[in-house]
Design a protein around this ligand. Structure first.
Ligand code: UDP
Length: 464
């Protein structure tokens, strides 16, 4: 028999692969006698970013690519969550085959699946494995999933005042506009999908989340009290990746930052695939110019769909969409790079003093870990929820006002950029972010809250 195993199932896409494998690496540090086998589903051929990343894994993690599927079988091509979930569902027969084969040759104690790969949880029951969801996000999002039937009742009530915020136990009040995109239309397929997915959160033995007690103490304590271990709720973060400058823009970004004053640069990025409309891209360009602040901007070609670059590689040169003369006028003020920057290294650089972010959860945690205050600019998924937490609860972010056409105008952008980078408000925000940075580091120290949670889990895996 081989070493005892834990099976791991991410869902397709670089940003769903890395978090669960970074979690796996951390788990293995506490369970050196174990081996992890990761089954990798993908839409089309796996992206090179994923393949490169897999090369960096230790020998105690084996990755097995499942036959990839094609998207033309997808009933809802415009819905990202559906694309991902649907592609995992199409891969389930392969998952089952691989899992059965693994169980026949090794002692498999647990199956850990990404939130969109929840379809595989049933196999764990059949094969007598303990089962877990890895939610690479916040306790606030988990609360929304676990309380979604109650929230649905409230939102569906005819007598409800739409201005009244939703109160999730232990969380900051959430205005309807800050609920994740599916909640913006209660009769949409996306909303029904969210409710369906929510039910699956009651299936596994436990849920790991990439957050930590000191960041979301209210939400985490309320979840523990309410669910009393069924399912078990385990905050194990912050788990962030090491990052790499091994990319054509990497060295250029860091060299440019080396020449800037400490904490003087605003870094701007909308994650691995967030995109702005043409009008918004224009306003942002003029707003940055108007602010007079130094900036490092990762630019993507504009699109009318906010997540359009998420699963496909860009083919157009994004810089051609910038306003006429912008690059020339701002050549002393900023650096613009197409599509990608080494974010971890950029946020860790002493010249970086602010982050205009779409508030994807990885970006949020990376900012917290490096103590960089945020301008919150959510685009899709649960990013508005994260923005509300950063702005209204933790008070480590500011948020530009959006006009009646849904645009943040250039004057508003310039105002919030200056506010964060130069003014008193920004200094207060920076101080609070510094404290969170210390709390994040403490959570993953040997005696930290997240390490303790994970050690207890490791001990229980040994006992299975
Ligand atoms: N990222 C990066 N360079 C970029 C854009 C993104 O390294 O130019 C990384 C970033 O560090 C983070 C991830 O990609 O780890 C984005 O994850 P997040 O959850 O913030 O957003 P998503 O891509 O899922 O929308």
């Amino acid at each position: 028999m081989e070493k005892p195993h834990i099976a791991v199932l991410p869902s397709p896409g670089f940003t769903h692969l890395v978090p669960i494998l970074e979690f796996s690496k951390r788990l293995l540090r506490l369970l050196p006698e174990f081996h992890i086998t990761c089954f990798i589903p993908s839409i089309g051929a796996p992206p090179s970013s994923s393949k490169d990343y897999l090369q960096t894994l230790p020998p105690t993690i084996t990755s097995i690519f499942l036959p990839h599927i094609t998207l033309d079988q997808n009933p809802h091509p415009s819905l990202l969550a559906f694309q991902i979930e649907h592609s995992v569902n199409l891969s389930l027969p392969y998952v089952r085959q691989e899992l059965e084969s693994l169980c026949s040759r090794a002692k498999v104690v647990a199956l850990v699946v990404d939130v969109f790969a929840n379809g595989a949880l049933d196999f764990a029951k059949e094969l007598n494995l303990s089962s877990y969801i890895y939610l690479p996000q916040s306790a606030m999002l988990l609360s929304l999933y676990l309380y979604s039937s109650k929230v649905d009742e409230i939102l569906s009530s005819k007598s409800r005042d739409p201005q009244e915020p939703i109160m999730l136990p232990g969380c900051v009040p959430i205005f309807s506009t800050d609920l994740p995109a599916p909640f913006q239309n209660l009769s949409s397929v996306a909303y029904k999908g969210f409710l369906e997915r929510s039910k699956r959160f009651h299936v596994p033995d436990g849920i790991f989340m990439n957050t930590f007690l000191e960041l979301e103490s209210g939400a985490i304590r309320a979840l523990h009290e309410q669910f009393k271990g069924k399912p078990g709720i385990y905050p194990v973060g912050p788990i962030t990746q090491m990052g790499s400058i091994d990319h054509e823009n990497g060295v250029e970004c860091l060299r440019w930052l080396d020449k800037q004053e400490p904490k003087s640069v605003l870094y701007i990025s909308f994650g691995s695939g967030g995109t702005l409309s043409r009008d918004q891209l224009n306003e942002l360009a003029f707003g940055l110019e108007l602010s007079g602040q130094k900036f490092l901007w990762v630019v993507r070609a504009p699109s009318s769909t906010v997540s359009s670059a998420y699963l496909v590689t860009e083919s157009k040169d994004p810089l051609q969409f910038l306003p006429h003369g912008f690059l020339e006028r701002t050549k002393e003020q900023g650096l613009v790079v197409p599509s990608w920057a080494p974010q971890i290294q950029v946020l860790g650089h002493s010249a970086t003093g602010g982050f205009l972010s779409h508030c994807g959860w990885n970006s949020v945690l990376e900012s917290v870990v490096q103590g960089v205050p945020v301008i919150a600019w959510p685009l899709f998924a649960e990013q508005s929820l994260n923005a509300a937490m950063l702005t209204n609860d933790l008070k480590v972010a500011v948020r530009p006002k959006i006009n009646h056409s849904g645009l943040a105008e250039r004057e508003e952008i310039a105002k919030v950029v200056r506010g964060l980078m130069e003014e008193k408000e920004g200094k207060e925000i920076r101080k609070r972010m510094e404290l969170l940075k210390i709390a994040a580091a403490n959570a993953i120290k040997e005696d930290g809250s997240s390490t303790k949670t994970l050690s207890d889990m490791a001990e229980s895996f040994r006992g299975f």
